[in-house]
Design a protein around this ligand. Structure first.
Ligand SMILES: C[S@@+](CC[C@H](N)C(=O)[O-])C[C@H]1O[C@@H](n2cnc3c(N)ncnc32)[C@H](O)[C@@H]1O
Length: 237
């Protein structure tokens, strides 16, 4: 298995693998109206921490999708062990296997930056109901950066782009989201470490090279603390 950042998250089974972790998710969701009739799609669900929280706390109908089979298996195990009826779906964010207007709420927690946003963002809009809401927690850049810095960040994280807030907004507006609220997420390098949630589901026999990826992640979080930022984008019509 290639020593990539995403494979590392999958092997360690990191739950809450987005800036701010579960605490940020809880706070973000507390502002939404949800009940047992709400249909939620968790795109890039990882090990399913957020899907489980939503299903348990709000009794919503949750679908958890990811294109990484190891992540999806770990999510399934979590749901089974918690006795939660959550549908798991293998698929890509670029080509969501759902009909138009299927969901009330779509979550993308540190996922979209890894994808081809020219396809993904229109897909989000397509599968949402007309009064649906997209909640996206996204990695972004706070300042202009050199080509060398950009390359180091894109290569290490495997993200396809590192957009500014304005660039993210332009992409959401382009597909027709009319109401977009942006919240800056305050990050401290220490909470960018992925051990904030204490929620791991480790695979057997992890190659030592993968531990180095955590070290490099921490190193880059500190090195680029004034460059790497995070926003919550709440998009609706
Ligand atoms: C940083 S992790 C975040 C996982 C989860 N949302 C969380 O907060 O714990 C990114 C996730 O997005 C998934 N992912 C990345 N690109 C994807 C794509 N094009 N389609 C579907 N899933 C994708 C990865 O497999 C991984 O599980």
């Amino acid at each position: 298995m290639e020593s990539t950042y995403l494979n590392c998250l999958a092997l360690f089974g990191v739950g809450g693998a987005h800036p701010g972790g579960l605490n940020l998710t809880r706070r973000m969701l507390s502002k939404e109206k949800m009940d047992a009739s709400t249909k939620v799609l968790d795109v890039g669900c990882g090990t399913g921490q957020t899907s489980a929280l939503i299903s348990k706390q709000y009794q919503c109908q949750v679908t958890a999708l990811d294109y990484n089979k190891m992540m999806l298996e770990k999510a399934k195990k979590r749901f089974q062990s918690m006795n939660l009826q959550i549908e798991t779906q293998y698929g890509t964010a670029e080509n969501l296997p759902f009909k138009n207007g299927s969901f009330d709420l779509l979550l993308s927690e540190s996922v979209t930056a890894f994808t081809d946003i020219s396809k993904t963002i229109p897909e989000y809009k397509r599968v949402l109901k007309p009064n649906g809401v997209l909640l996206a927690i996204e990695m972004m850049r706070e300042t202009d950066i050199s080509e060398k810095q950009m390359k180091e960040i894109l290569d290490f994280y495997g993200v396809r782009q590192l957009l500014s807030e304005q660039e993210w907004l332009a992409h959401f507006e382009k597909v027709g989201f009319e109401k977009i609220e942006v919240e800056k997420v305050e990050l401290h390098p220490d909470i960018q470490k992925m051990d904030v949630s204490n929620d791991y589901s480790l695979s057997k026999d992890i190659d030592p090279s993968f531990y180095k990826i955590f070290e490099k992640h921490h190193h880059l979080s500190i090195l680029y603390k004034d460059i790497l930022g995070c926003r919550i984008f709440r998009c609706s019509l």
